[in-house]
Structures are given as C-alpha cells and as structure tokens.
Design a protein around this ligand. Structure first.
Ligand code: GAR
Length: 196
C-alpha cells in the first residue's frame, strides 16, 4: 500500500472522491496527510470527517515559498508520504517540493491542457466558446500546468451550456477520472519506477 498526501485549497470535492475510493479499497493507499494553504477552506472540515490528518498553513506567515515548502517536506517525511496528489491546490509547486518529490507529484486541471492553463480554466474555456472542454491529469514540473500528461477526458459543450452547468459536468468527470488514474498509477507501480 502506498502512503499518499493530498494538497487542496478549496471545497475539496476531489479530496472527498479520492478518500471514498480509498475507503472502498479501490485505491490501494493510505492517505497520510492533507496539506492545505487556506486554513478556512471547506476541505479541512471534510478531512476531519474523513479522519485525514491536516497540515494547514498561511503562506504569508513564512518569509518565502522555500520556507513553507521546507515545513511541508518535513511533515510529509514525518508522515512517510511517497506520492503527492494535488486536488485544487491553487499554488505553483516550488523547487523545494519538486526536488524532494521529483516525478512523484500529480495534478488535476479542469481543461484539456495545454489549452487554458492557470486560474479559472473552466471560465476560460467557456468564454472561448470551445465545443469540447475537459479535464487533464498530469505530472507536475516547474511550469504552470505543464508537466507530462497522464490522462484526459473530454466534455462536450451543450448548445445551452452555462458556466455553472459546465462546471458541474467537469467536476463529475474529475471525481471519476482522478480516482481511476490514481489507482492505475499506484497499482501499476508507474510512479515507483520514476527516478530523478
Ligand atoms: C478542481 O476543478 C480542480 O481541477 C481545480 O480546482 C478545482 C478544485 O475543486 N484545479 C485547478 O484549477 C488547478 N490549476 P475541489 O476543491 O472541489 O476539488
């Protein structure tokens, strides 16, 4: 069984979906830690209900990204974490974390990358009036939503689609896709094989 950490900043619906897949045994992992940079986020309440230990912090209470990432790496090592899955963690991963967990950090992004990286990907796709939106799961590198793509799923834009209905559809796809990809990565030991 792998020991994993989830990183989130917001509502945590993806954390919930992953945790449920762990509970049913579909994902062979132990969730050792939730890392959250927004101490008031709803995901913290979810983690408490799911019995997941939480490390939350405010970036502005540290002198630099390197400093809070050093603290995160310390907590991850203490918890025995092997792999990190970002689930709505709205912060660029810095050198410190990348160096400590190279090739072992995965993210989900609500667009068909490389289209619409960065913030509000769903709004960007909606405003661009694309016909096909979607979701990407990818390895994290130093760029903004740029690492090697692991899997993607498309979502067709309906004639009468609203931004809200598109968001609902995308989140539904995420809650199915992310646990499935995590299961595959951990089961096939793809991630164990990655080295610096
Ligand atoms: C998800 O849609 C995720 O793909 C997105 O944030 C949302 C978090 O929702 N992530 C990004 O935009 C990363 N660039 P949740 O808190 O309900 O899981």
């Amino acid at each position: 069984k792998s020991c994993i950490a989830l990183f989130a900043s917001g509502s945590g619906s993806n954390v919930q979906a992953i945790a449920e897949a762990v509970q049913t045994g579909e994902i062979p992992a132990h969730i050792a830690l939730l890392v959250c940079d927004q101490p008031d986020a709803y995901v913290i309440k979810r983690a408490e209900q799911l019995n997941i230990p939480v490390f939350s912090f405010r970036a502005k209470e540290y002198a630099s990204k390197a400093e809070f990432e050093q603290e995160i790496v310390h907590r991850l090592r203490e918890a025995g974490v092997d792999f990190i899955f970002l689930a709505g963690y709205m912060r660029l991963i810095g050198e410190t974390l990348l160096h400590a967990y190279r090739g072992k950090i995965v993210n989900i992004h609500p667009s068909l990358l490389p289209a619409f990286p960065g913030k509000d990907a769903i709004g960007q796709a909606f405003n661009a009036q694309v016909k096909i939106a979607g979701v990407t799961v990818h390895f994290v590198d130093e760029g903004m939503d740029t690492g090697p793509i692991i899997d993607q799923e498309s979502v067709r834009m309906a004639e009468d689609e609203t931004r809200e209905s598109l968001q609902r559809k995308i989140q539904e796809v995420e809650h199915e896709l992310y646990p499935r990809v995590i299961k595959k990565l951990l089961t096939e030991a793809v991630m164990e094989g990655i080295t610096e």
